[in-house]
Design a protein around this ligand. Structure first.
Ligand code: BGP
Length: 465
C-alpha cells in the first residue's frame, strides 16, 4: 500500500474560463478568448467557443455535490477577471461577487480546502485592446484586481494563486500562435514574461499586506529539461531551455531574482525588457509562500540544427527571433505515449521535479496542482453508461508511486490535484481531449461520474492505494 502523509490533500483543478460558461445577463465582460472566438471561430475545435464551457455558472450546486461524491479534500477553481471587473479596471460586477461568494461558501461548508487562482490565461479584452501584458498598465490593473479579490473573498479564501502557468501565454501568444494575440515577437514575449512576474509579485505583496495570515503562490508547469545526449551542445541547449521555460518564473517567484545566466543571454541580443530597479525590489521582496506545480510531460531538448554557437549564427546580425535559436524539442525514440492525446508519459519527471525543488529551492512546500491524462473520443470507453477509464486510474497510480517515493526521500509535497473535475473546455482544443473524473454530455450538460471518479474517492478516503 502507498500511504501518503497525514493531511495530504486530494482534489482537482479547473479554471473559470474553462468551466463557467456565459449566461444571459450575468454581467460578464469580454475576455481575450471571447474576443478571439468572435473574430476567428474556425481556429477552435468544432468551432466550440468559450461561451459554451461546462455551465458551472449555472450548475455549481450540483457540481459541488459531485466534489464530495468524488472524494475531494481540496479544489482549485479560478476567478475570471472579466466576470468580476468586466472592463479590467473600474466597476465591479455585483452578480460575480454574489456568484463567487456563494460557490466559495458552499465548498467551505463541505470541509473542502479551497485554493483560488486569479489568472488562468484570461485577460479582460478591454486591457488586451490596449496592448495586454505588453503594457505596464495591465500589471497595475492586475494588482488592483488581485487586491479586490482579497478584500471581497478574503473571509472565505485563505490560499491563493496569482497565475497558472504564466510561461504558457508568453509562448503561446508571443512565440507560437495558439493564444491571442498570436504573434511571433521575442522581444515582446520577454516583456510580457517580465510584466507577468511583476504583476505576480505585486499580488503577493497585496495579499500579505491585506491578510497577513493568508498564503499565496504561483502555479508553474515545471519539468527539468532532458537533453538528447551528453554532448556539450545538447547539454547547453537543455540548460538554456530550463532557464527560459522553468527558471524564468521559478527563480524570481521563489528566490526573488532572475538567474544571472538568463539575464546574460537576453542582454547579449539586446532583448532586456523595460524595467526599473524599484520593480526589481518588488520582485525581490515578495516571494511566494509555497509552490503549485503542474506536470504533464517532460521537456526533451536537443541543440538546434543551426546551433547558437555556429558560425552562421555568429554572423546572424538579426539575432534570435524565437527560442528555437537556442534549443529545439526532441522526440525520444521509444518514448511511452498517451495514444489518446499524443503526449509523452514519463512518471520519473515527478521525482526529478521534487528533487530539484528540494535541492535547489530550499525544499519549499509544494502541491502537485495539475497532472492528468487527456483522451480524445473518450465515449468509446463507455459501458453501461459509465466511462471505464482504467487508463486514467493507471496513469494516476503510476505518477503517485513516484511521488510517494519522492516524499519518502524528503520531498515537501502536500497534495495531489488532478486536471480535472468535470470534463472542461480547453482553449483551441475546446472539448477534444477529456480529462475529467466526471463525464460531461455536451448536448444535455448531464454529469456522470467516471470509473476514475469512484476510484478517486476511495483513494482519498484511504489516503493512498
Ligand atoms: C494545462 C492547462 C489547462 C488545460 C490542460 C490540458 O496546461 O493549465 O488549462 O487546458 O493543460 O490541455 P489540452 O486540453 O490542450 O490537452
Amino acid at each position: 500500500m502507498y500511504k501518503f502523509p497525514d493531511g495530504f490533500l486530494w482534489g482537482t483543478s479547473t479554471s473559470g474560463p474553462q468551466s463557467e460558461g456565459i449566461e444571459q445577463g450575468d454581467g460578464k465582460g469580454m475576455s481575450n478568448w471571447d474576443y478571439w472566438f468572435s473574430i476567428a471561430p474556425e481556429k477552435f475545435h468544432h468551432q466550440v467557443g468559450p461561451d459554451r464551457t461546462s455551465t458551472f455558472y449555472k450548475n455549481y450546486k450540483e457540481d459541488i455535490e459531485l466534489l464530495e461524491q468524488t472524494g475531494h479534500t481540496t479544489f482549485r477553481p479560478s476567478i475570471q477577471w472579466s466576470r468580476l471587473i468586466p472592463e479590467g479596471v473600474g466597476a465591479i460586477n455585483p452578480k460575480a461577487v454574489e456568484f463567487y461568494r456563494e460557490v466559495f461558501k458552499r465548498i467551505n461548508d463541505k470541509g473542502i480546502k479551497l485554493m483560488v487562482n486569479l489568472y488562468h490565461f484570461d485577460l479582460p479584452y478591454a486591457l488586451q485592446a490596449k496592448g495586454g501584458w505588453e503594457n505596464k498598465e495591465t500589471v497595475y490593473a492586475f494588482r488592483d484586481y488581485a487586491a479586490k479579490c482579497f478584500e471581497l473573498f478574503g473571509d472565505l479564501v485563505d490560499t491563493w494563486f496569482t497565475f497558472n502557468e504564466p510561461i504558457v501565454p508568453v509562448e503561446a501568444g508571443y512565440l507560437g500562435e495558439f493564444h491571442y494575440p498570436a504573434k511571433v515577437d521575442l522581444k515582446a514575449a520577454i516583456q510580457v514574461a517580465y510584466n507577468t512576474q511583476l504583476a505576480s509579485s505585486l499580488a503577493v505583496e497585496a495579499c500579505h499586506r491585506l491578510n497577513p495570515a493568508h498564503r499565496i503562490s504561483v502555479i508553474l508547469n515545471l519539468t527539468p529539461a532532458y537533453p538528447r545526449s551528453d554532448s556539450s551542445e545538447d547539454l547547453k541547449a537543455a540548460r538554456i531551455a530550463e532557464l527560459f521555460q522553468a527558471k524564468s518564473f521559478l527563480d524570481p517567484s521563489v528566490n526573488g531574482y532572475y538567474p544571472e545566466e538568463l539575464v546574460e543571454i537576453i542582454k547579449a541580443h539586446d532583448l532586456l525588457p523595460d524595467y526599473t530597479s524599484e520593480e526589481l525590489d518588488v520582485i525581490r521582496e515578495n516571494t511566494v509562500d509555497f509552490l503549485g506545480v503542474n506536470y504533464y510531460q517532460p521537456l526533451r531538448v536537443q541543440a538546434p540544427e543551426d546551433s547558437a554557437d555556429s558560425e552562421d549564427a555568429a554572423n546572424d546580425v538579426a539575432g534570435p527571433t524565437n527560442l528555437d535559436y537556442y534549443f529545439e524539442q526532441y522526440v525520444m525514440p521509444g518514448r511511452k505515449i498517451n495514444p489518446h492525446r499524443g503526449w509523452e508519459i514519463y512518471e520519473p519527471g515527478v521525482y526529478d521535479i521534487a528533487m530539484m525543488i528540494k535541492e535547489d529551492y530550499g525544499n519549499i512546500e509544494w502541491i502537485l496542482t495539475e497532472n492528468g491524462m487527456g483522451v480524445e473520443g473518450e465515449e468509446k470507453f463507455k459501458q453501461d453508461g459509465v466511462i471505464q477509464d482504467d487508463y486514467r486510474i493507471e496513469f494516476i497510480e503510476d505518477h503517485l508511486k513516484v511521488l510517494h517515493q519522492a516524499i519518502e526521500d524528503g520531498a515537501n509535497c502536500h497534495g495531489y490535484m488532478l486536471w480535472t473535475f468535470v470534463d472542461c473546455w480547453s482553449w483551441l482544443n475546446a472539448y477534444k481531449n477529456r480529462y475529467g473524473l466526471v463525464e460531461l454530455n455536451l448536448e444535455t450538460q448531464e454529469r456522470t461520474i467516471k470509473k476514475s471518479g469512484h476510484w478517486f474517492k476511495t483513494l482519498s478516503q484511504n489516503n493512498g492505494f
